[in-house]
Design a protein around this ligand. Structure first.
Ligand code: NAP
Ligand code: G4F
Length: 398
């Protein structure tokens, strides 16, 4: 477990190498106050970036994040962490950048000399990766290489630790159930293949140059700020909007596939724990429970008091109201709420993913605090509040 060092303690040059010398799992740069631990997060504007930034700030880190230039604000998930750059003693900094731009990465890393780098930046949508395979390879595969090379070129290998966002998508057409760190990889999408390169280049830099570089092989994790086109958030948003009469139906892809869903808040803690060990290693992070899309839909509607049952087969399968127990919603029995739309099918699918996080449990002491029901409850509650706000706004602007 993490043990903080005393305020004001400075690590001598002799003890500079990560994990060595001080008998502590912390590391520091010569001449720098150990309490000002500096972390750099790529992909800080994404779901995990936002949770991780909040988590590290809570631990007293100075957090730097790389955000892409966009034509509109793209910082909604981290606006609550923003600090006016004119304030003294800033703990949160944003830099424009992109993991496809080596010079930009080298300059930022040289400037801020981070003790920990979390590479979360990615084109993270599996279905979209079939439409944009080259961009996905460049960002998700070579992006990792560029950061590892920056650490090496800047001679930061003895002090900067690197975390790579690896994924259960590497297991793809899984060779065994559940999947562990020893399960062979068989990716099934351009996204998975790009991430496979990033995974192995991380291992390679660890073995070839002795970098503290680790892969967190994370299974699906969700939250109220999950992107709206991932299936869980698509379902929770649709469920509340259907209940409130703002949407008539949920169109969905493959209902049979099963995923191991956890909460992003639990999973970012695991990322941090992975970088606090004596030796760099790779870890599977998962809840160990897999659930089908069909059952996720039922659970989401049930949270609103709407009981959904499925009938029919294949692309003709539909979800209908079996019973609406919430008097606020007017959904008659038999009303069709869910239909299959083959446009959401992927060229090839991964039928089931379920992880075994025993290694993380024993070595990191990591355990998920959320289960699927509590995750869905939180997502539904937030989406309900957002939808009601939208209705209120629409009413007041009439
Ligand atoms: P996300 O919400 O899609 O966030 C991705 C982040 O990467 C965003 O901040 C995005 O910026 C940024 N980004 C995309 N392309 C970039 C580029 N070329 N240069 C710099 N930044 C770029 O994803 P997430 O769910 O937080 O996932 C975080 C990481 O974990 C990703 O690498 C993902 O592949 C991996 N992962 C996720 C899961 C999961 O279930 N969530 C599981 C395993 C692994 P914009 O905001 O500007 O788009
Ligand atoms: O929510 P998804 O799009 O997530 P997917 O493909 O599992 O990828 C996510 O988790 C990975 C970890 O395993 C990450 F590496 C990756 O970055 C991302 O965060 O789809 C989940 C499942 C798929 O099998 C998909 O075919 O849901 C199925 N699905 C069925 N209908 C749908 C839909 N997926 C989406 N996005 N939209 C649908 O309408």
């Amino acid at each position: 477990m993490y043990t903080g060092l005393k305020p004001g303690l400075v690590i001598s040059k002799r003890n500079r190498k990560w994990g060595l010398g001080n008998g502590n799992k912390e590391c520091g740069r010569a001449g720098h106050n150990i309490m000002n631990k500096v972390a750099l997060i790529t992909g800080i504007t994404g779901q995990d970036g936002a949770y991780l930034a909040e988590f590290l700030l809570g631990k007293g880190y100075v957090v730097h994040g790389i955000k892409r230039r966009a034509s509109q604000f793209n910082t909604q998930r981290i606006d609550h962490l923003y600090q006016d750059p004119h304030e003294k003693d800033l703990k949160f900094h944003l830099h424009y950048g992109d993991v496809t731009d080596s010079a930009n990465l080298i300059r930022i890393i040289q400037e801020i000399q981070p003790l920990e780098i979390y590479n979360l930046a990615a084109m993270s949508h599996v279905k979209v990766s079939f439409d944009m395979p080259e961009y996905t390879a460049n960002t998700d595969g070579l992006g990792a290489l560029r950061i590892l090379e920056a650490i090496r070129l800047l001679d930061l290998g003895d002090k900067t630790k690197y975390y790579q966002s690896s994924t259960s998508e590497l297991f793809g057409k899984a060779r065994e159930i559940p999947q562990t760190e020893r399960t062979p990889f068989y990716p099934r999408s351009p996204y998975g293949v790009a991430k496979l390169y990033a995974h192995w280049i991380t291992v390679n830099y660890r073995e070839a140059y002795g970098l503290y570089a680790c892969n967190g092989i994370l299974f699906n994790h969700e939250s109220p700020v999950r992107g709206e086109t991932f299936v869980t958030r698509k379902i929770t948003r649709a469920a509340v909007r259907i209940a409130l009469g703002m949407q008539s139906k949920l169109f969905i892809g493959n209902l049979d596939v099963k995923r191991d869903w956890g909460h992003a808040r639990d999973f970012v803690e695991a990322m941090w724990l992975i970088l606090q060990q004596h030796e760099p290693e790779d870890f599977v992070i998962a809840t160990g429970v897999s659930t089908s899309i069909r059952d996720f839909i039922k659970m989401a509607f049930e949270e609103l008091g709407i009981i959904v049952e499925f009938k029919g087969e294949s692309t003709k399968e539909v979800g209908i109201v079996a019973n609406c127990q919430n008097s606020h919603y007017f959904l008659p029995k038999g009303k069709e709420l869910v239909s299959v739309d083959p446009n959401y099918f992927r060229p090839i699918e991964i039928e089931e993913l379920v992880g075994d996080a025993s290694k993380a449990k024993s070595k990191l002491g990591w355990r998920p605090k959320y289960h699927l029901k509590s995750l869905i409850k939180e997502m539904i509650t937030t989406d309900l509040a957002l939808a009601m706000q939208e209705l209120e706004l629409a009413k007041s602007s009439k």
